[in-house]
Ligand binder design. Structure first.
Ligand code: GLN
Length: 502
């Protein structure tokens, strides 16, 4: 057997190469993310061991943080396009990794220009790496291979192993050697990811190559698609309306939102034109299903991402974190619960679904995603109990948070790795990376929505927000289950006959 055909624990070895690369990339991303707001809001005078921060107000810091975490994912769209049309996924991941090393390297410097430049490089690097490495995982499997879903669950463990280690280690490094050592650590770790990726190339010979993508396509360039827009009155009208709405948004909101809306208009127009150009009805229908599933994605992350915001603040100020009178558990530790639960439960959840499928019961991706939204939403029920306890007694127990994060995590496992896998099954090959990019951009929009919901808690109160989230998500999940049958029909059996292919 050639290296790229060899297997380990029933999966292609290439999966483990991608697993490790993504693990180190996520370590660097989440490690840096954990520091970001703290660094921005620390006094610029440098009066503790961590060194000088930027001395910003928390409002300024949170605003930059919101845009940063959104942009990182929105950049997956150009990242995916570059892979599809110019260099293929494998090279895009390589360049992404190199750019990330440069970005984290620059952040070691203390100047303010280095701060912005470093973040800019990280945004570009993640945009190139993240969607394309995910598409490459899909490329390891032939159509109809039942191992694909499980493969993505394993890959998802890599993601969270990276995030778990980062949130455990980076804080300590910063406390001892200062902010820029923390940023530097992210860079060193990314270098490990790069070396691992380059070293593992022989296991990835047949995935993510540009030639493969190009061969089965009768190329239409993006600019051709845009120029065709002018000849399709209906699409053109929709684009114009969106564009006007964008400029209105620019006018009434921050300019950042305006730019975002313009960008979304361009992407929407592109997607409409791609849909029009797809040669068969099967491709068109599947494309439509993907777009509908992205609505679920936005809703899911819009609720889920309260974790780093509202729930984080709740943990900090209203939860009794006293551990049997021995010590107080630091707030940030609660952020590791999600990644920890994923590492423990990812394979279990994946196996349960696979068993159900082999028994011939409903276990389509769309069904799992809808169930995922409901389970995650029910998690907020425990936050409702927490607020009620706080209102009665002036503090609430940690157990509510643990339960809430547990439900959130099980919901995430039903949706997130499943969605990644689903995209690689349904997207037309020559737009595979673009669609992966649109998926991540949807989750980025979800992050932004989460921020907006979280902010409104100061107006409506936590009880309203948490119980509202339960009701809304459960209703949406049920609605998707109701329309499951027609939606599934539109996938034209993309998941019907999955079997064991080796
Ligand atoms: N935790 C996942 C990751 O880092 C979620 C990403 C997302 O879809 N927003 O890959």
């Amino acid at each position: 057997l050639k290296p790229h055909q060899r297997e380990l624990f029933g999966q292609p070895i290439g999966l483990y190469i991608l697993f490790l690369t993504e693990m180190w990339e996520r370590f660097s991303y989440y490690g840096m993310r954990a520091l970001l707001v703290l660094y921005m809001t620390t006094s610029a005078l440098g009066d503790d061991a961590r060194g000088a921060g930027l001395g910003w107000s928390s409002k300024e810091a949170l605003a930059l943080y919101g845009w940063y975490t959104m942009l990182v994912y929105v950049m997956s769209i150009p990242g995916g396009m570059i892979a599809d049309k110019l260099i293929g996924q494998k090279k895009a991941v390589l360049w992404g990794a190199i750019i990330l090393c440069i970005g984290h390297g620059i952040l070691v410097l203390t100047d303010i220009w280095a701060f912005y430049a470093g973040l800019g490089f990280v945004i570009l690097g993640v945009g190139l790496l993240k969607p394309n490495i995910s598409t490459m995982v899909g490329g390891l499997y032939k159509e109809g291979d039942i191992r694909r879903d499980k493969g993505f669950s394993i890959f998802y463990i890599g993601i969270n192993l990276g995030s778990f280690l980062a949130t455990m280690i980076v804080g300590g490094v910063v406390a001892k050697w200062g902010w820029h050592a923390g940023f530097g650590l992210a860079g060193v770790v990314m270098l490990l990811g790069l070396i691992n990726y380059i070293g593992g190339q022989k296991y990835l010979i047949n995935v993510g190559n540009f030639e493969v993508v190009e061969k089965d396509s009768n190329e239409v360039s993006y600019s051709q698609l845009f120029s065709k827009l002018s000849t399709s009155p209906k699409q053109l009208l929709i684009s114009l309306v969106l564009l006007i709405a964008s400029f209105y948004g620019w006018y009434v909101m921050e300019w950042g939102y305006g730019l975002l809306f313009v960008f979304l208009t361009v992407i929407t127009s592109l997607l409409m034109m791609i849909y029009k150009e797809l040669e068969s009805q099967i491709f068109k229908d599947r494309f439509l299903v993907l777009l509908v599933s992205f609505i679920m994605v936005i809703i899911f992350w819009g609720a889920f991402e309260q974790a780093g915001g509202l729930m984080n603040l709740y943990t900090d100020s209203k939860t009794d974190r006293n551990f049997f009178g021995l010590f107080e558990i630091p707030t940030v530790m609660f952020q590791s619960l999600n990644a920890g639960f994923i590492i423990l439960f990812a394979t279990i959840v994946a196996s349960l679904w696979a068993k159900r499928k082999l028994k011939g019961k409903e276990a389509s991706s769309l069904f799992k995603m809808a169930i995922g939204i409901i389970i995650m939403g029910l998690g907020f029920l425990f936050m409702v109990f927490a607020v009620m306890e706080f209102n009665n007694s002036g503090s609430s127990s940690m157990i509510w948070l643990v339960l809430a994060y547990f439900f959130h995590t099980i919901g995430e496992l039903c949706l997130s790795p499943v969605a990644l896998s689903f995209i690689t099954k349904l997207a037309p090959v020559r737009y595979a990376s673009l669609m992966m990019g649109v998926y991540f951009a949807s989750s980025g929009l979800g992050n932004k929505v989460a921020g907006i919901i979280g902010e409104s808690a100061s107006e409506f109160g936590e009880l309203t927000i948490f119980s509202g989230l339960v009701i809304f998500t459960v209703i949406i999940g049920l609605l998707f289950i109701i329309i499951l049958k027609p939606l599934k029909r539109l996938t034209h059996g993309a998941e019907d006959n999955e079997t064991e292919i080796h």
